[in-house]
Design a protein around this ligand. Structure first.
Ligand code: TRP
Ligand code: SF4
Length: 338
């Protein structure tokens, strides 16, 4: 018999349109994983997680979610190969979160580094909530609901995975071996720099959106920060200090990348030419994403149908797990003799 497929699970908070950092940092990897026949992939919109910091204004969650899922589909996530769903449509996550809460010591949550960091960063909101403290425990429930063993995430999520493993170990110890220990799948993530020279991030306002229009892409690229040491055309540069160079690595041929590297270091090429070369690869790639996105968006109920189908598949999978959990905790149905 063939080995049972390993489950892969990952999620994103619904924050609206995705940028090229999200595309190359996560989505490209998700698309590659769904093609593997030894894996069974689940990808979801973490709308409850969005509430942990954004509970005060919930008005845009569903529109942001639709934009995000359209981007997933445009990037090539395939709803037949992957189960695409919404966290809050699968209440089993909440049940498991509650049960995990019973066995998780509060200090385990207080010492997760993102807990204090985010409270510092988002000082304008009151994050002294139960829900915010529980963020990583909800994430543990997301993963455990599918008994997933592989979790493709960025380095920033490693501490959350560590907590997940600790909670699952404790559960398995108390009630019997039910959950595999999930491993983070840290893939080599290419560097994607925003147009201001900092890491591409929605909150910095320096992003290139997935499938962005040609005119605005051009404008952003032509105005983008380059190696700050190249003030004049004749100054030699270091491509490693320039976001344009990292985009060349994603959108230009190997030969072109070598040409840029040498030309930048010798001041043989200027930044304007270098940027025009980048657009030769970037614009067609963006056009293709834009067209795929528009074709999906043009079908009025398609996204909804995809998600409803995924929600059903996810509920069946999570439902099976929860039945086992209730049984293991002696919380199953009342028996006749009882
Ligand atoms: N915390 C993750 C992030 O901010 C999103 C997330 C929620 C997640 N639940 C998950 C990722 C479960 C992987 C598995 O990116
Ligand atoms: Fe950046 Fe290209 Fe200018 Fe070098 S030549 S600094 S890589 S834009």
């Amino acid at each position: 018999m063939a080995e049972p497929k390993k489950r892969v699970l990952s999620g994103m908070r619904p924050t609206g349109r995705l940028h090229l950092g999200n595309l190359h940092g996560a989505l490209v990897n998700w698309v590659a994983l769904q093609r593997r026949d030894d894996l069974d992939c689940f990808f979801f919109s973490a709308d409850w997680h969005a509430l942990t910091t954004g509970y005060a204004d919930t008005s845009s969650i569903r529109t942001d979610e639709r934009e995000m899922i359209l981007d997933w589909l445009a990037a090539g996530l395939d709803p037949v190969r992957s189960t695409i769903f919404v966290q809050s449509a699968v209440p089993e996550h909440a049940e498991l979160y509650l049960l995990f809460g019973m066995v998780t010591p509060t200090p385990w949550l207080e010492r997760v580094p993102t807990y204090k960091e985010q409270q510092q960063e988002l000082r304008d909101r009151d994050l002294g909530t139960h829900g915010f403290l529980g963020y990583p425990l909800l994430q543990a429930a997301d993963i455990a609901a599918y008994r997933a063993s592989l979790v493709p995430v960025g380095q920033d999520q490693v501490a959350h995975l560590e907590l997940t493993r600790e909670v699952l170990r404790r559960f398995n110890h108390l009630y019997g071996e039910l959950f595999p220990e999930p491993q983070p799948l840290l893939t080599v993530v290419p560097k994607v720099i925003g147009i201001d020279g900092r890491k591409m991030s929605k909150s910095y306002g320096n992003s290139l959106w997935l499938g962005e229009e040609a005119e605005s892409t051009k404008k952003k690229i032509m105005g983008a920060t380059t190696d700050p040491a190249r003030v004049r055309r004749q100054d030699k540069g270091n491509p490693e200090n320039c976001g344009i160079f990292y985009l060349h690595q994603l959108y230009s041929s190997g030969e072109r990348v070598r040409e840029v590297d040498a030309g930048c270091r010798s001041a043989g090429i200027g930044c304007v030419d270098c940027k025009k070369w980048l657009l030769e690869g970037l614009l067609p790639a963006q056009a293709e994403l834009r067209e795929r996105r528009a074709a999906i968006a043009a079908k009025p109920r398609l996204v909804r149908e995809i998600v409803e189908d995924g929600n059903g598949r996810a509920r069946r999978a999570a439902g099976e797990t929860l039945e086992k959990v209730r049984e293991a905790m002696k919380l199953g149905p009342l028996d006749e003799e009882g």
